[in-house]
Design a protein around this ligand. Structure first.
Ligand code: AMP
Ligand code: MG
Length: 506
């Protein structure tokens, strides 16, 4: 970090701005002008994410960075562009979308010796772009806070995600259902390329550009696809298979932690298998397979239990987009099979860890299904159940009446849960190492970003009080560690949380 504020903030020694995506050519993006936001102020900053771009916790003391993150000034050597993509939304072809309110500043490359990938830096909510369609190019404070908190919370949970460097607010009015105020989130990721980028060029028959994009992604992120002998040594089929693998792992992690994305359109699917575009997402409170977190999703297309199948649907759309490069429909289908093979395996592994087992054992699926039936019947809180089960194993195991009581207390069906705890005990005995509480405490978070916690932080921030937001951010940085005095962040959702309605409007 620079010590003294200076216009056009620069990066610390050795950290460099580059713009490889901007160099792909005009078919891929539009150059951007800055559209200043009045009176910017800091809302949040992630010192953890800052390390990825050579910044540190002192950054918010530097007014030059406030201007850069508000989109009011350019950091030295940036080349701002907005990228074009298309996509399927709610199962229908939606045509051209693109970065309607995001500007890609460029990419920050670490100096030699720093072992972290280069990061693209994107300002979301930075104003109108050629892809804004009927939108205003802005984002409101509430949705920006949700994206900021959740990006960093997901990272702390070990779930692949785009990151959030910070949020800057402004009194500038933004009109949604009512008048609100503007904010900009600075997002970081090795790439923001989506399935929809490929769909865009494929749909328009721009096969040269499609190939350029695929080669860019392969060379930078999946170089092994060039030399792989699988899928008839076709690099594009190998790319599809590699993306399928990463997406399978991502979905297993979402399901295990009870995360609902809410808008799994193909334009919201990362080619790197990252969680991207935090909108009406939710960590489930009470367990419900049919839980719908997005109040605009009237059909429940993106309900919790449907997410894995929707991910496959989206991969299929990516496969169709890559067909002109792969050249063989049959090969496309083959390259999608890793998803169907790996998702159940990845989910079994996640569930084994949640159950305190280092390996998946016979009978696990039956054990989990029996549990889900009990939880579904009473909408038992997903996060609290698993954490209490972990504490139970830590305190003596499911066979210990006192240790198991907090788990039993979650169910009205005491026969049902008693029977299940016995099954769980027996299942654990099949393993030489038995049930491992430390594994469970690392797989079952105490703290997740529940809707009501985000809402309380947002309400304070809307009154220009940021202590609650910063405390919540700091609790979520260590989701697996019980933190003294922070019990209310791991407690049940209050009744009023049920009436929170979160939609695509942001
Ligand atoms: P999302 O539902 O946030 O993934 O957005 C879908 C598409 O709408 C993307 O192309 C966004 O860039 C665009 N979009 C969303 N909100 C706005 C806005 N306020 N102004 C311009 N474009 C927007
Ligand atoms: Mg989106």
């Amino acid at each position: 970090m620079t010590d003294t504020p200076q216009p056009g903030a620069t990066l610390a020694n050795g950290w460099q701005w580059t713009a490889p995506f901007a160099q792909l050519g005009p078919a891929f993006h539009a150059p951007m002008q800055l559209q200043p936001l009045p009176k910017p102020y800091w809302v949040g900053f992630s010192a953890c994410a800052a390390q990825l771009v050579g910044l540190d916790a002192t950054t918010p003391t530097n007014p030059a960075w406030l201007d850069v993150l508000a989109g009011n000034a350019l950091a030295a050597a940036t080349q701002p562009v907005s990228t074009v993509y298309s996509g399927h939304q709610f199962g229908m072809w939606a045509g051209q979308l693109g970065d309607g309110r995001a500007i890609l500043l460029g990419e920050v490359v670490p100096p030699a010796g720093v072992n972290s990938p280069a990061q693209e830096v994107q300002l979301k909510g930075a104003g109108l772009t050629p892809f804004s369609r009927s939108g205003d190019g802005r984002a409101v404070l509430r949705s920006s806070i949700r994206e900021f908190l959740c990006s960093e919370a997901m990272h702390a949970l070990g779930i692949p995600t785009t990151r959030a460097l910070g949020v800057v607010g402004s009194p500038e009015p933004v009109y949604r259902e009512q008048a609100e105020t503007a904010a900009v989130v600075t997002r970081l990721a090795p790439s923001f390329i989506r399935f929809g980028h490929f769909e865009h060029f494929s749909h328009h028959g721009l096969h040269g550009e499609l190939r350029t994009l695929a080669n860019y992604v392969i060379d930078r992120f999946y170089p092994q696809c060039r030399t792989a002998t699988s899928y008839q040594a076709n690099p594009y089929a190998n790319l599809l298979a590699a993306v399928s693998e990463r997406t399978a792992e991502l979905l297993a992690r979402w399901q295990a932690v009870g995360f609902c994305h809410g808008v799994m359109n193909t334009d919201n699917m990362s080619i790197l298998g990252l969680t991207i575009d935090y909108g009406p997402f939710q960590f489930m409170d009470g367990f419900d397979l049919n839980h719908i977190c997005n109040h605009s999703d009237h059909q429940g297309r993106y309900a919790y239990a449907r997410q894995p199948q929707v991910a496959y649907w989206n991969l299929y759309a990516l496969g169709q987009a890559l067909l002109p490069l792969i050249g063989d429909e049959h090969l496309v289908e083959q390259a999608l099979t890793p998803y169907q093979t790996l998702f159940p395996v990845a989910l079994d592994r996640r569930m084994a860890a949640k159950l305190g087992l280092a390996q998946v054992a016979e009978g696990q699926r039956e054990l989990v299904s029996a549990l889900l039936r009990l939880m579904q019947a009473e909408r038992v809180d997903w996060t609290i159940f698993w954490r209490r089960l972990s504490d139970c194993v830590d305190a003596g195991g499911p066979g210990d009446t006192r240790a198991a009581q907090p788990v039993r207390d979650l169910f009205l069906d005491s026969d049902g849960i008693n029977h299940w705890l016995l099954q769980f005990l027996e299942h654990g005995k099949q393993h030489s190492r038995g049930l491992d509480a430390s594994l469970m405490l690392k797989a079952n978070p105490a703290y997740v970003l529940r809707n009501h916690l985000a809402e309380l932080a947002i309400q304070s921030a809307q009154r220009s009080e940021f202590t609650e937001l910063h405390r919540l951010q700091s609790v979520l940085e260590h989701p697996f560690t019980a933190q003294t005095g922070m019990e209310r962040y791991s407690d049940f959702a209050p009744d009023w949380a049920q009436s929170l309605t979160i939609s695509c409007s942001s």
